[in-house]
Design a protein. Structure first.
Lengths: 462, 238
């Protein structure tokens, strides 16, 4: 704000007084100093007034000084007639001095004012940022934030209101808080000087507030996420530890039960007793498979299932998987291999588990007596193994869920744990392979494992 | 030799399993000795040399492979391992240390007894120095390096023949990948797994073309291969 507009009458009085003072001084000097040299003293008034009160009063002062000098000291005395060109020169010099000085002073004043405003804004920003940084909750930081921002704008008080503008809010009392066109809320001012809400300063403070509020909101979100993920991690750790312990501790008794029950199959039993023994043997076998699945799942989830990749012939895996499934259940599998399959680099044991799980899943949904078809082929740089059953297929509503742990299809079959496919998917992924459910073709479900074929090694061929 | 004269030493730290094995084997006509730790097993075997040892791979006091090695120092009797899923590395070490075969928990008594019979038969027969090995499906003439299936010759490359020979000479014993690579290719080839996979694939292709199912050479995933004997139970494999 310039001093010009603030108190014009007082400034004019001061200007007049300084011209008068200069006149007195020049009058006192004239007996000893040549009058034209003494006239230079009027410059003191011109410089002082222009630097303090700006250009227009400065120019007026220079004109009045010139007139006063002319009137009181230059012949013809007590007239405003300018007789010589030298006197015109003096007047022009006064006017020029007033112009230059007032411009310099005005620029300096403007710079000083801007610096003061910047410092004030920086201080405000710092105070506001401290509020945001210290307050764990944005909600508790907002009231002091609004108060300080409002005071910086000259208002008595104010507050930050997030969300859309209040319908009752009077125009000119609220500063929008916006960031890159996104409206976050507004700063409502109480007892603010007129027009301040629309000023550039207010807009700047609105932007500062917006930036701080966004920072605060992001920080709160991050903290919330951290708390949530920590809780999730702990619960996962607990689940994994629990699974592992339970699985390990279940195994030995199960093996003992299985072995004992199998031993009884040699005994001479009547048909009823034999049925009971068979039930023990079969159900403990089922429990063993479930425990193996849980153990696999816990290994997968804890990241302990690190694949040990080796060169593998997929046909070996298919044959071994089929043999493995045959020992556990009555599954009839038709195997079909394409000739000249390239080798792949996977963990053989893990990939075999994948295939066993797919076979068991297919067997579960196959009608009795219908075989499960398993075939290996190459498809565009990948080796694929497809397991197809002649069951009811997968309904569209379930297609997205079949690989989810503990998900059980609505379709019939013996109830399973809902782990087989989830584990298969997890193990396949760990080995760089994918499992996809082929589009329904009306005859059962087909799941395909696709493994990247590894480039033939630079070995010592023999 | 009747089963009644044959002694089997069962080494397992878990009583229920030890008892179940004891009952099953006794019913099958064997005399059963038991031990619960590696030390006990060595002592028991020294006092009464068994004809067969059934050893749990995971004993609390000892490493299964170490027990195998210590027994193998002086005991010729075959060693059958009892192992769990996921113990492939331990299985391989124990096989390298002299174990003859393994079953995987949970196993059926039928499977276990079949393995015991095969091991005892092989030990009694003391194969070795045979010029011609006949597995029932395959006839392998070692001096003439010739393989025939039902009288038809199967044309094999020298490597494929060596591979089949190694499996045949082992007589149904599992051979680890490294054992096969060392025997067939040489000591420097233990890590050239792809050579084994490729040649095994071709060998099976050729045998399959002559009507021998691929499973005649059994894949022991993560461990190695084994040539299935005609007498062994094809339905019960680990």
């Amino acid at each position: 704000m310039s001093a010009e507009g603030r108190s014009q009458p007082a400034a004019m009085v001061i200007a007049a007084a300084s011209v008068a003072a200069c006149t007195v001084v020049v009058a006192l000097l004239t007996p000893t100093v040549p009058v034209r040299s003494a006239g230079v003293f009027y410059l003191v008034a011109v410089l002082a007034i222009s630097s303090i009160y700006g250009l227009w009063l400065g120019l007026a002062t220079s004109l009045v000084s010139a007139l006063a000098f002319n009137f009181f000291f230059l012949p013809p005395l007590h007239t405003f007639t300018i007789s010589s060109s030298g006197d015109w020169l003096a007047l022009a010099a006064f006017a020029l001095a007033a112009l230059v000085t007032s411009q310099l002073a005005a620029r300096e004043r403007a710079e000083a004012e801007q610096a003061t405003r910047r410092a004030a804004e920086a201080e405000l920003g710092e105070r506001l940022a401290t509020l945001i940084a210290n307050g764990s909750q944005l909600q508790t930081a907002l009231p002091p934030l609004g108060r300080q921002a409002a005071r910086a704008l000259g208002a008595r008080d104010g507050g930050v209101h997030l969300g859309p503008p209040a319908p009752s809010a009077k125009a000119g009392r609220a500063v929008p808080i916006e960031l890159e066109g996104r409206r976050l809320g507004e700063l409502r001012l109480i007892d603010a000087p007129g027009g301040v809400a629309e000023s550039a300063d207010a807009a700047r403070i609105g932007r500062i507030l917006a930036g701080l509020i966004v920072l605060g909101q992001e920080r709160e979100q991050r903290l919330a996420n951290e708390v949530e993920s920590e809780a999730l991690r702990r619960s996962n750790e607990l689940t994994t530890a629990l699974l592992r312990t339970v699985s390990h501790d279940f195994r030995s008794p199960l093996t003992a039960i299985s072995t004992a029950a199998e031993g009884l199959r040699f005994a001479e039993l009547d048909p009823d007793e034999r049925e009971l023994v068979d039930t023990i043997a079969e159900q403990s076998g089922r429990l063993s498979r479930l425990v193996t699945n849980l153990l696999d799942l816990s290994r997968l989830e804890s990241g302990a299932a690190v694949p040990a990749a080796e060169w593998v012939d997929v046909r070996d895996l298919v044959d071994a998987a089929v043999a493995d499934v045959r020992t556990g259940a009555e599954v009839r599998a038709e195997v079909e291999h394409e000739a000249d399959l390239p080798l792949v680099r996977v963990d053989a044991t893990q990939l075999q588990r994948v295939l066993v799980n797919l076979l068991e899943n297919a067997a579960k949904f196959s009608p009795a007596g219908e075989p499960v078809r398993i075939s290996a082929a190459t498809r565009g740089g990948r080796v694929t193994v497809s397991v197809a059953d002649h069951g009811p297929g997968v309904p569209d509503s379930e297609r997205a869920h079949i690989f989810r742990p503990f998900y059980r299809g609505a379709g019939g079959g013996e109830p399973g744990s809902g782990l087989g496919l989830a584990i298969a998917k997890g193990l396949a992924t760990a080995n760089g392979a994918t499992i996809t459910l082929e589009p329904a073709d009306g005859s059962g479900a087909t799941l395909t494992v696709s493994i990247p074929a590894a480039p033939a090694p630079e070995g010592r061929p023999r | 030799m009747s089963a009644g004269e044959q002694r089997i030493l069962v080494v397992d730290d878990e009583r229920p399993i030890r008892r179940a094995l004891e009952v099953t084997l006794t019913k099958a006509g064997y005399r059963v000795l038991t031990a619960t730790t590696g030390d006990e097993a060595l002592t028991a075997a020294a006092l009464t040399p068994p004809d067969l040892v059934i050893l749990d791979l995971m004993l609390p006091d000892a490493d299964g492979a170490d027990v195998c090695r210590q027994l193998r120092d002086w005991l010729a009797a075959p060693i059958l391992l009892i192992s769990a899923v996921g113990e492939e590395a331990d299985k391989i070490r124990a096989l390298d240390a002299g174990a003859d075969d393994y079953v995987t928990k949970p196993f059926s008594p039928g499977e276990l007894l079949a393995r015991c019979r095969a091991l005892l038969r092989r030990a009694a027969g003391q194969k070795g120095g045979e010029a011609v090995i006949d597995t029932g499906q395959l006839r392998i003439d070692l001096p003439r390096r010739m393989v025939t299936v039902s009288g038809e010759e199967v044309r094999l490359t020298p490597t494929e023949f060596d591979l089949l020979k190694a499996l045949a000479v082992a007589g149904g014993r599992p051979l680890t990948h490294q054992m096969l690579l060392r025997t067939v290719w040489g000591p420097g080839y233990a890590d050239e797994m792809h050579l084994l996979r490729v040649n095994m694939g071709r060998l099976r292709d050729k045998l399959q073309a002559e009507g021998v199912e691929r499973g005649a050479i059994e894949t022991l995933t993560g461990v190695g291969y084994r040539l299935r004997e005609s007498g062994s139970d094809p339905e019960r494999v680990p």
